[in-house]
Design a protein around this ligand. Structure first.
Ligand code: PMP
Length: 407
């Protein structure tokens, strides 16, 4: 029983038809960025060909059309994550942009000497460094929830770290390196119980599973367009209305103001208060096209199909001697990290690239996690719903060849 019409889906992604090093491309680096369907590429092309104009300021037709399309895109995002209000959806440059926005504005309002921010061992650098920076500026302390050897969040250790000093808990929904799905709903509930704010890094969750921000009840939820079929340079910050209203703006400039005089400036309402300057207009519009595409397939179908791919690949890869899977959480998204005795991950990556297979190798912007797991880096295959078991077979054969050459 086919969950997806995979042949039809693959035909929507023109890049999947190309060859790399004389072989059909097998693209397993979806954790880094996803490929784009023709439907998204067409929206970008159409925008620059027929619609290009600046938004929120023009009286003329093109500007109004662009503004309408951009604001309609905001509603598409709102519905996709089930935000209560469209102005709770802030367009940013990406997950990194969203976290830096929150870190900066939140710290100004709430962070004092001796306060604590809690993150986890498996965070991406972009959910570590911005917090380190504000902790340094405000004399606050960063606390880190440990993980077990399988790469699972240790909930009891997390509970021990919570105290009346905890101002914010920022954890990833899904680990980009291990695929671990964290129990974010329970994490949020515990954090709220002691009065801490919560931010969830959804960069690796939104492309692969249903996310409902009201059900999660998080204060902030952030993700990137480019990992979910959209273009680079656009991302989302979801924040609860009252909290966003209470925070100071991040950057100053056009669009975020109500009135400006040299004596005093007043700020615009949500969402514009946090959207200074001309945004990535086409990025927002194309992100909505990407969401439409995913909705068409069905996020639950995507999740179920990718789970099958992960199970299939895990079974196959386990049979390779000397190979160790890194990250064996019970709840996992379609990420398969591994190391092979006596080889360096980048050598494996280089050899299978010659066979047309694209995987990522290295620390995956999670150096502290690599240190905790005692590996210098991993090789990582990350699957999307347009991948197939046939591609996994090609990858496994290539992997065996690479290991034979290297060991
Ligand atoms: N968090 C996680 C979990 C990620 O996987 C990534 C991207 N690898 C980021 C944050 C940063 O996203 P971006 O580079 O799109 O800002």
């Amino acid at each position: 029983t086919e969950i997806l019409n995979i042949k039809k889906i693959r035909a929507d992604f023109p890049i999947l038809a190309r060859e790399v090093n004389g072989k059909p491309l097998v693209y397993f680096d979806n954790g880094a960025t996803s490929q784009k369907p023709q439907q998204v590429i067409d929206v970008i092309d159409k925008y620059y060909t027929f619609q290009n104009s600046n938004i929120h300021r023009g009286i003329h037709t093109l500007s109004q059309e662009a503004t309408d399309a951009y604001e309609k895109a905001r509603i598409t995002v709102q519905n996709f994550i089930n935000a209560k209000h469209e102005h709770e959806v802030i367009f940013t440059s990406g997950t990194t942009g969203s976290i830096n926005l929150v870190a900066s504005s939140f710290a100004k309002k709430h962070l004092n000497k001796g306060d604590e921010i809690i993150i986890s061992t498996m965070e991406h650098h972009s959910n570590i460094v911005p917090w380190q920076m504000v902790c340094e500026d405000y004399g606050a302390i960063l606390k880190v929830v440990p993980i077990n050897d399988k790469g699972e969040f240790l909930f009891e250790e997390f509970e021990k770290l919570l105290s009346d000093k905890t101002k914010l808990v920022a954890v990833t929904h899904v680990s980009n390196t291990l695929g671990t799905i964290n129990p974010v709903k329970e994490i949020i509930k515990k954090a709220k119980a002691i009065g801490a704010f919560t931010l969830i890094d959804g960069a690796q969750a939104v492309p692969h599973k249903k996310v409902d921000v009201q059900e999660l009840d998080c204060d902030f939820y952030v993700f990137s367009g480019h990992k979910m079929l959209g273009p680079t340079g656009v991302g989302i910050l979801y924040g609860k209305e009252a909290i966003l209203n209470s925070l100071p703006p991040y950057q100053g400039g056009g669009d975020m103001i109500k009135t400006v005089t040299f004596e005093k400036t007043t700020y615009n309402e949500l969402p514009h208060k946090f959207e200074a300057g001309t945004p990535n207009i086409v990025g927002g519009i194309a992100l909505a096209a990407a969401i439409d595409y995913m909705n068409n397939i069905g996020i639950h179908n995507i999740e179920a199909y990718e789970h099958e791919l992960l199970t299939y690949a895990t079974e196959k890869i386990k049979q390779i001697e000397g190979l160790r899977i890194i990250g064996e959480a019970k709840q996992k998204a379609s990420v398969l990290s591994f190391v092979v005795d006596g080889t360096h991950p980048s050598d494996i990556g280089m050899i299978i690239d010659k066979l047309g297979v694209a995987i990522r190798t290295g620390h995956h912007c999670t150096e502290p996690l690599m240190n905790r797991l005692n590996v210098p880096g991993t090789a990582r295959a990350s699957f999307a719903f347009y991948n197939t078991t046939e591609e996994i077979d090609i990858f496994i054969e290539g992997l065996k060849r690479a290991i034979k050459m290297l060991v």
